[in-house]
Design a protein around this ligand. Structure first.
Ligand code: OFO
Length: 167
């Protein structure tokens, strides 16, 4: 495996781990605020990000690269509103998408078609996750600052999200 691809994949392991911890902190915040539906949503997202990280760890090992399990910064754990919480979610996903696109660019430059092929799963995944984050933010923007709207959003959040088939 080319060193620059190995480095980028190790960075990606870190970003997936960061997303997993960030969503865990968001789940815990929502739990403490009494939003159980939102808490469950982020507990599940956190698990998914951990799986994305693991998939990369296994891939780098299979390809004979050296995996570096990263040290992480403490995630944000205070949010001023549900809008701010979900805005954070969208920004985090957009950041990850950008990094994945960077890996694809490098794969194509170095003709590493195997890693490119592997990373296509992440491209699709990001598309879905960004769409989910945008849908949820749109709904919150419609609700504005109506508490009964938040109650319904929390109750119904699982029905707003498309189930994933390939996990
Ligand atoms: Fe790892 O799927 Fe989004 O971030």
């Amino acid at each position: 495996m080319h060193t620059s691809i190995e480095n980028l994949l190790n960075n990606q392991i870190k970003y997936e781990a960061m997303a997993s911890m960030q969503y865990l902190a968001m789940a815990s915040w929502a739990d403490a605020e009494g939003y159980n539906g939102i808490a469950n949503f982020f507990y599940m997202q956190s698990e998914e990000e951990r799986e994305h990280m693991l998939k990369l760890v296994k891939f780098v090992n299979e390809r004979g690269g050296k995996v570096i399990i990263p040290q992480l910064e403490q995630p944000a754990d205070e949010f001023s509103s549900l809008q701010s919480l979900f805005n954070h979610f969208l920004e985090s996903e957009m950041f990850v998408t950008e990094q994945i696109n960077g890996i694809i660019d490098e794969c194509l430059k170095l003709k590493d078609y195997n890693t490119n092929n592997f990373m296509q799963w992440y491209v699709t995944e990001q598309l879905e996750e960004e769409a989910t984050a945008r849908t949820l933010l749109d709904k919150l923007n419609i609700i504005g600052d109506d508490n009964s709207g938040y109650y319904l959003f929390d109750r119904d959040i699982s029905t707003f999200v498309q189930p994933h088939e390939d996990r």
